[in-house]
Design a protein around this ligand. Structure first.
Ligand code: PEP
Ligand code: MG
Length: 582
């Protein structure tokens, strides 16, 4: 019998996948049990065996890390390996087993709670990061004690073509799972704009988000058919359906092949309007993908991933080294570095504890707000971006701007940083452009004032949609409300473009909407001429640009703008596509 599960699909150039399920449970089962005294030695032995397995597992992970992976990921694993022999964890747990006659898993949990309490009480941000390492390592050992597959498992050499089924993956987990040839993700929680979904798209791995109960309804190793276009996962499909999917895989392959021919072609509309297509970059090692996509630059480099899966925070020199690696890799095409946007779902161990504990992290101490509150975190990054600008075309972009006063405060800090660098004799480009992201409705409505103060704007539709429609990006129960063509969203984009045009300020768009070819004509019709997206979507968008008559879609959009409230998203698309296909 075929089982069909439904979620929200996310895909780049690979809309379908066929693969066997690999189930990840995030939390190990901790059974609390008192044991007979004569079982104590055996229980201690069981703990030793679990420690041994955890060690072998981490060592194998370490061996498999690709050379291109940033060095701090290996350090992160080394620190965990050291913890497996640390007496504060191991000896203390064994003492608990012996003194209280309890099973290993329970003793480990008690010792974990004690250590976490100590770390939580520490004022120092660096030391607080160790708290999460304890948690991580204890979970690993408990997984081996309970015999369950490890949620954090990285050593799984046979992940190739597997469909990872998990209740949730953090952006940090997703990074660790890259380059393992994974076929698809099926995730119970999160929406299409969550950072996990964005990473999946950047890896060109189809993902279905918000598939409730997937980890209970799907079985380990069963063959799954994943269709990210329709958001469906099929289990137990018959040969006929399987053959249909195999054919889809072949057609997708052929289409990717055909699109490659557009790499060298200009990104110009049918009526000769040039449209700048840029790429979004998550990790420095993806620079080659950016280059081969034919992007004319990077419109969004998300630097927060520099802070994940590591011990401690990057300092100015590490920032600089990373940016220079990207600048050199891009070989002269411009790089837009976004200052860090931590908070919400992109938590960094120990650092954003205050933001993480709030009820509404998306409305809390996130992105520029966190940076302004913690100059010790922000200034090293500002200095590194400015210093990188001496080596190639670099632009600096500020996330989550919500008022003009905020822009002015940051511009003041940048001016001060420039003065300090000059005093220290460190080179930078004095004309390095500084831009603001428009991702809060307040910023879109004040876009004119912001545009006058900066060199460029970039519309972050992922957040703009989240905040305009009041839908949490990571809450799958409200995924159904996500609608880029909502009249309120289209009006805010239009206002931003019109107001910025008054001061001749360039506007780009770097949210996922920009990389979705279904919306290209609408965006061109609204007046957008610069888009930044996952490299995997770039050629499809280019194809749309080249097919589009910008003059005609602009006239059509103009007619539609007054009637938006009365049109469904499909009617808007149909009305615009009518003139495209004419
Ligand atoms: C956005 O909000 O659209 C954006 C590009 O930023 P992020 O997805 O990183 O929040
Ligand atoms: Mg954003």
């Amino acid at each position: 019998m075929t089982t069909a599960l439904l979620g929200v699909g996310v895909s780049g150039s690979r809309p379908v996948a066929i693969g066997r399920a690999y189930l990840f449970g995030r939390e190990p089962t901790v059974v609390s049990e008192e044991i007979e005294r004569d079982r104590i030695d055996a229980e201690v032995q069981r703990l030793d065996e679990a420690l041994e397995c955890a060690q072998q597992h981490l060592e194998s992970v370490r061996r498999q890390i690709p050379d291109s992976t940033p060095v701090h990921i290996a350090e992160f694993i080394d620190a965990h390996l050291m913890m497996l022999t640390d007496s504060a964890l191991v000896d203390a747990t064994k003492a608990l087993i012996r003194e209280r006659s309890i099973n290993a898993s329970w003793a480990l949990q008690i010792q974990r709670d004690t250590l976490i309490e100590v770390f939580d009480a520490m004022g120092d941000a660096y030391l607080r990061t160790r708290r999460d390492d304890v948690d991580h390592v204890v979970r690993q050992i408990q997984m081996f004690l309970s015999g369950e597959p490890s949620a954090q498992s990285l050593s799984v050499s046979d992940l190739k073509d597997r469909v990872i089924v998990a209740d949730d993956l953090t952006p940090a987990d997703t990074i660790l799972l890259r380059h393992r040839g994974i076929g698809a993700f099926v995730i119970e929680h999160g929406g299409p704009m969550s950072h996990t979904a964005i990473l999946a798209r950047s890896l060109d791995i189809p993902a279905i988000m918000g598939v409730h109960n997937a980890t209970h309804l799907l079985r380990q190793d069963e063959l799954l058919l994943v269709n990210a276009e329709s958001g469906t996962v099929l289990a137990g499909a018959d040969e006929g359906i399987l053959a249909h999917y195999r054919q889809r895989l072949v057609s997708a392959d052929q289409r990717r092949h055909r699109l490659r021919e557009l790499v060298q072609e200009p990104s110009t509309s049918r009526d000769g309007v040039p449209v700048v297509l840029l790429a979004n970059l998550e990790l420095p090692e993806d620079v080659d993908t950016v280059r081969s996509s034919g992007a004319s630059g990077v419109g969004l480099y998300r630097t927060e991933f520099l802070y994940m899966n590591r011990i401690g925070l990057p300092d100015e020199e590490e920032h600089l080294a990373t940016y220079l690696e990207v600048v050199r890799g891009l070989d002269g095409i411009p790089l837009t570095i976004r200052t860090l946007d931590l908070g919400m779902d992109k938590q960094v161990d120990g650092l954003t504890g205050a933001a993480a504990n709030l009820t509404n992290p998306a409305l809390g101490l996130r992105a520029i707000r966190l940076c302004l509150r913690e100059p010790a975190l922000f200034v090293p990054q500002l200095r590194a971006i400015l210093r990188a600008s001496a080596h190639g075309p670099v632009r600096l972009m500020l996330p989550m701007i919500s008022s003009i006063a905020e822009v002015e405060t940051v511009l003041g800090m940048i001016a001060e940083t420039r003065r300090t660098l000059r005093r220290q004799g460190l080179p930078f480009d004095p004309l390095m452009p500084v831009g603001a992201m428009i991702e809060v409705p307040a910023a879109a409505l004040c876009a004119g004032g912001i545009a006058k103060r900066v060199d460029f704007l970039s519309i972050g539709t992922n957040d703009l949609i989240q905040y305009t429609l009041a839908i949490d990006r990571v809450d799958d129960t409200v995924n159904y409300l996500y609608e880029p063509l909502h009249p309120a969203v289209l009006r805010l984009i239009r206002i931003t473009l019109m107001r910025a045009a008054e001061s001749r300020t360039r506007v780009s768009m770097c949210g996922e909407m920009a990389g979705d070819p279904r919306y290209t004509s609408v965006l061109l019709g609204l007046g957008l001429r610069e888009m930044s997206m996952q490299p995997t979507s770039l050629l499809e968008v280019k194809e749309m640009v080249r097919n589009c008559d910008v003059g005609r879609v602009s006239t059509r959009m103009e007619q539609l703008l007054d009637r938006l409230d009365d049109l469904s998203p499909t009617q808007i698309l149909d009305a615009v596509n009518e003139v495209v296909n004419d």
